[in-house]
Design a protein around this ligand. Sequence first.
Ligand SMILES: Nc1ncnc2c1ncn2[C@@H]1O[C@H](COP(=O)(O)OP(=O)(O)O)[C@@H](O)[C@H]1O
Ligand SMILES: [Mg+2]
Length: 501
Amino acid sequence: MSLIKVQKIMSNELAKRTFISRPPEPPAGFLLNDPTDSVFIGITRRFGVPFTWTYNILTNPHISVVGITGSGKSFFVKTFLIRASYVWGTSAIILDWAGEYKAWVKQSGGTIISFGKGDYLNIMDLSGMKPIDRSKQIMNSLDILTDISNFPEQRRITSEALEQAYLNAGFILASAPVPGKEAPTLKDVAHLLDEKLAEGTYEYPAELENAIYRLRQFSREGEDYFARKSTIDLDKIISSGLVDLDLSGLPDEKFRALAALFMLQTLKEKMRSEGWSAAKGLKALIVLDEAWKVASDERSDAITIIREGRKYQFGLIVASQNPTDINEAIFSNVGTNIILKIKFQKFMDYLQGSLNFSQFIRSEIGKLGVGQAAIDMAFQTSSQFPSTFIINRVIGEVPLDVYTITLADMLNESEMRDLTILKEYSFEKPFLKSKFIDSNINTDAIDSILSVLDSKNRIVDLKEFVRVLLAAKLSRDAVISFLRSIGISDSIITRSFSYGE
Ligand SMILES: Nc1ncnc2c1ncn2[C@@H]1O[C@H](COP(=O)(O)OP(=O)(O)O)[C@@H](O)[C@H]1O
Ligand SMILES: [Mg+2]
């Protein structure tokens, strides 16, 4: 009798131990996929399986990435985008809130579009859409970004003026536009309302004035980033490889969100009009990193892309330090959750509540280091195994350190057109260091300069660069001789100083 009792205790103990020493992991068959049709991420912690990602076995191709600042969210995104482009030729469009992808995109040979720093977007551009649909979308963005929906009369006259502006420019509201015809801008719309006000016959002049005020926010001189002729070709944007839409130069969140909402609308339309193709893998990935306003509002097209993306081979990657900022409709529909280090218990509760992982995984997530991740996937077939597992590290490609100095801000129009003037200079770190040494700049100063440049994501404009050099106690002469040595003309050097002071 007593023997049986002992055995019982022993098997209990054993069961517990097995559980603790064997964190569950999906079977290798689900983790290890055809390398020509999947993206390598890292090695699983328990069984050392090389985990390659494919959405063929998942409910959809979308990915959420959560974790505290510095945990490796952007690093994961970069690694993923590069490998997807190797394997499938996937294009990527990054809605880059803080400009943190710029340097990397540049190094990777991608395109950077900098709103607020020389690039403009006309949010009335149609790129194949009917004016009536674009008007609705613009109103939808205003609903999300302003409180216009509380003022039905203002909303009505604004929407009417949008449509009128298209009509005045020769468009037919319910027809796809003739290619090449130039769209009106928000300035034209504000102008129509101005005229209405001047006529003095409208019943509610206060409503009219407020509607004008709202539009002026986005169209007044100097802040007309979205009310001028576009400098980018929207039709080409999803077939241009890697594209960084740098929003960091815009004055505030409202402008950044407006650009992001516009881009999501445009990408959604492109996705639908391109339809399905027989090509393997993903056609395009759209990245929303720290774009909380855009990821949290249920009216945002991020949600439409999540719902429809799979059939069009479009994936959305949403990264955030705060999982509760990601709309429930997104969070519960992504096929893959990448969970990096999490600190706050309330975030952990939220994740555990929606993904249902074990206490064991929960405690592991609390202990993750930089680049280490718990991954949860929603498999298409109902699985009898736990779907959350740990990878030792997201294994990425080590990027080159490239520093870029841009001149565009201080060039006049004719210089901008002059092909003999370089608009920006890019240097690899060892080259820049050796140049500094040649100019007799001491090691401490070099280190401090490079670390300031690192903190600015390795892209600065020339006047900022000059300020950094002067702040590192370089003499004026040393700075001038350095700038000359990299080929910048005296006239531009002079200007960079007068701007800097
Ligand atoms: N898997 C990884 N392997 C190597 N370095 C990493 C890894 N993940 C992150 N890092 C480094 O850690 C730093 C912070 O990562 P980052 O992706 O910018 O964090 P986040 O976007 O979460 O704030 C960066 O310098 C990055 O290069
Ligand atoms: Mg980041």
